[in-house]
Design a protein around this ligand. Structure first.
Ligand SMILES: N[C@@H](CCC(=O)N[C@@H](CS)C(=O)NCC(=O)O)C(=O)O
Length: 235
């Protein structure tokens, strides 16, 4: 049995992580059986991040490699029927949301004090009260250092929003009036983009990024469509 390890639910989402959500959507789309394991602690994962997958004695880190495993195991191609050009755009879109939009969301959540209070409560509630303050301050500091290293942490909230606003406009234009990013059926990019848009939307204290997504009707309808049709069905 394939085992998928993800973060537990948070902020009304089945898992706290958009990458874990992407993996769960891909499993649903592939119709593959798997055992879901939840942990708040990613330290045992090969790259210290989740999701992580275990199959035939192998441990696979990273949702991109998990995608490849799912496609091989289920003998499917999530992007079947897409032209080479659309496959290339799909890859670029996935990179944009996972390597740019994602970090803007992390900055909104971990960098801003109003959201950080909620993040600390939601993600670290199992740490005993006595240590929680010290441990979570340390983890937050590390996260903020990573944001500086990545680059987005060097921008002000206003600059950050302006950069990510252009990404959302790109998504709006690629989607246009289609049901899914590349036509009338979901493909790999949808499993990556919608968990990321939802992560912005469910961030407890609403930031300009979420407001902008909310004010974009085709994207909001798309989020609802993908959630209804591609998210794992609750037990
Ligand atoms: N490229 C990875 C990114 C996964 C990722 O960033 N996961 C985050 C949660 S959303 C994580 O586990 N972070 C822990 C850490 O950075 O310490 C993927 O696609 O799976």
């Amino acid at each position: 049995m394939i085992k998928l390890t993800v973060y537990p639910a948070a902020f009304g989402e089945p898992t706290a992580s958009p990458f874990c959500m992407k993996a769960m959507c891909m499993f649903r789309a592939a119709g593959l059986e798997y055992e879901l394991i939840e942990t708040p602690d990613p330290r045992k994962a090969p790259k210290g991040k989740l999701p992580m997958l275990e199959v035939d004695g192998r441990v696979v880190a990273d949702s991109e490699d998990i995608r490849s495993i799912i496609e091989v195991e289920a003998e499917i191609d999530f992007d079947e029927g897409l032209s080479d050009r659309d496959r290339a755009i799909s890859r670029a879109v996935i990179r944009m949301v996972e390597e740019h939009v994602y970090f803007a969301i992390v900055a909104d959540r971990w960098g801003e004090d109003d959201n950080w209070r909620h993040v600390r409560e939601a993600f670290f509630k199992d740490i005993p009260g006595l240590f929680r303050g010290i441990v979570t301050s340390f983890i937050r500091k590390q996260a903020l250092q990573q944001l500086r290293g990545q680059g987005i942490g060097r921008h002000s909230p206003e600059e950050r929003f302006e950069r990510v606003r252009r990404d959302i406009i790109s998504l709006r234009e690629i989607l246009a009036d289609k049901a899914y990013l590349f036509g009338d059926r979901p493909t790999a990019a949808d499993y990556s983009v919608v968990p990321m848009l939802r992560a912005a939307l469910v961030t407890p204290v609403e930031k300009p990024l979420a407001k902008f997504i909310r004010s974009t009707p085709n994207l909001m309808n798309y989020v609802t469509r993908v959630t209804d049709n591609c998210y794992p069905i609750a037990n």
